[in-house]
Design a protein. Structure first.
Length: 237
């Protein structure tokens, strides 16, 4: 892996980016042993201005911001790019184009895990953007998955907890209980598993016994990133 670098676009929020950094390094260390760690370049975005762009639907401007950061990582030597956020995969294609290097998409290792588990109907939790806009659901549906969403009121609550609590490092028992109730409702609606489609949600539900299997996109994305680094040719599948 000498001289091979992976670029991380983080800070969205930095709470989950810290988990990315730790999980990628642990997997590389476990694979290679000793004092080995992952060769990473990190551009940590100031999330507040980006969150404003999200709220106002200014996705082209957000793509410009992340694309410029990705290009900087490429110029610094990164051979591939990771967006450490589910929501910001709304602009994954233009960001990769601006950066000029391949992008490891967060939904792809999740799809692989669902296929391995023979899951066909999956619930999706995330920001309102991830749950309600097409960019994420369509990638899952193109892989043959049926995607189930919480009710509108439940989506509002999931979104609120992410921005008002999880992105600020607040893990509240009442919110944990509410999320578990929403997962139980998705089970009643026919879901066979649930995608934690926001990189902060796993922090809230860590160690919980949920009604359904939970797919932690942060962990799956981090594992895919480490595996890319561990491949001799750094191929993007």
């Amino acid at each position: 892996m000498t001289g091979k670098l992976l670029g991380l676009l983080g800070g969205m929020s930095w709470e989950s980016t810290a988990h990315y950094y730790a999980q990628i390094n642990r997997r590389v260390r476990d694979a290679r042993g000793g004092l080995h760690s992952a060769p990473l370049l990190l551009h940590s975005i100031d999330f507040a201005p980006l969150a404003e762009l999200q709220r106002h639907g200014e996705w082209a401007q957000a793509a410009e911001l992340l694309g410029a950061a990705g290009r900087g990582l490429a110029q610094a030597g990164a051979g591939a790019l990771l967006i450490c956020s589910n929501t910001m995969h709304q602009v994954a294609v233009p960001v990769a184009e601006r950066a000029g290097i391949p992008l490891l998409h967060i939904a792809d290792p999740t799809i692989a895990a669902l296929r391995a588990a023979n899951v066909g109907r999956v619930g999706l939790l995330g920001t309102r953007f991830t749950m309600e806009q097409a960019f994420y659901r369509e990638r899952l549906q193109a892989a043959g998955l049926q995607v189930l969403l919480p009710t509108a009121a439940e989506r509002d609550e999931v979104h609120r907890v992410i921005f008002d609590e999880l992105c600020q490092g607040r893990l509240l028992p009442a919110s944990r209980a509410r999320y578990l109730d929403i997962i139980a409702a998705l089970q009643a609606a026919g879901a066979e598993a649930v995608i934690l489609g926001c990189t902060e949600i796993a922090m809230l539900l860590d160690g919980c016994q949920a009604a359904l299997p939970l797919l932690d996109t942060t962990a799956l994305h981090s594992a895919a990133a480490a595996d890319w680094l561990l491949q001799p040719d750094n191929a993007v599948c």
